[in-house]
Design a protein around this ligand. Sequence first.
Ligand SMILES: *Cc1c(COP(=O)(O)O)cnc(C)c1O
Length: 388
Amino acid sequence: MKLAARVGQVKPSITLIISAQAKAMKADGVDVCSFSAGEPDFDTPAHIKDAAKKALDEGKTKYGPAPGEPLLREAIAHKLRTENNLPYNAENVMVTNGGKHSLYNLMMALIEPGDEVIIPTPYWLSYPEMVILAGGTPVFVDAIAANNYKITPDQLEAAITDKTKLFIFNSPSNPTGAVYHPAELEAIAAVLVEHQLLVVADEIYEKILYDGVVHQSIGSVSKEIFPLTITCNGFAKGFAMTGWRLGYTAAPIEIIKGMTTIQSHSTSNVCTFAQFGAIAALQGGLECVDKMLISFAQRRLAMLEGVRNIPGLSCPSPDGAFYLFVDITSTGLDSLSFCKQLLEEKQVATIPGVAFGNDDCVRLSYATDLGTVEKGIKRMTDFVKSLS
Ligand SMILES: *Cc1c(COP(=O)(O)O)cnc(C)c1O
């Protein structure tokens, strides 16, 4: 059987190689320390689950409008206006099957063959693949460790051509945890405005911040950047709701209409009763998020200190998300070999940086308990020492 050519144009996920191996080892009873998680280890807060249960009992079990429940779209617009300073109305908002689906719908609605999409490296691994599935061409801009894995306005400017259609911007970043500060946002936004270039801001980690760092939405930086901005977000990371599949996009109406057309012929509306859980998440206050943040902050410090005590390894302090992006070049190993050997010899699961477009690094997630962080770091220390 011959499959469509587009299947062959995208790479199967490299991270699956490692996580499948780690799972198989765990199933065999091996004590694996997993630093590979891409999701919070906490359960969804009770008031959110209760709201979904109530909706289910009340018969919210039918098809709904493709762009989402009107009450949820209004609640999201309100959140974006009040928390993010983004003057969206409900009609500017659509609800999608996760933040990932928001980005996918957007690529399908916006990108054509020949279009270039600028993506800073290291990137979340689905960005380039989605661009390719839509027929576009990813153009990479190298964010370096010396600049805390952030790109400069000059780098962005240099990557823009007359074919550039979109810039993908992720702050706080997966995999580096980098957060762009207000002055940096202003400088990036100025380049975008000058070239009238659209930007999609993936703000899925906006709530997961440390050391008093604040998140600012790039769309709020100036009146001129707002109409060029597409804001994507979701409930997965901030509210520990990865399995619920709830995300959203806010954008100029024309874009929302295009994305709704795509969604109406593919997935239709997001699970109706799950959307009522999302309303409770937005209306229930951020105490539950703050609780998770206290744990994340402790683990971050423990892991950061542990990694920095390993001779030869280095990483900048991440301001957000729940990852460290650690430079391993001094070991002489490429990132996949490092991860494979670390897993096989010391039973610690990590993700090779090559999956994110940077073969000098590995990604460590601290979305796991403090005991596992400490045990895994000890094992990693032994592993790196054994290499020299
Ligand atoms: C987890 C993640 C998403 C979206 O996740 P969903 O589970 O689809 O909501 C989007 N962008 C980045 C960078 C992520 O890490």
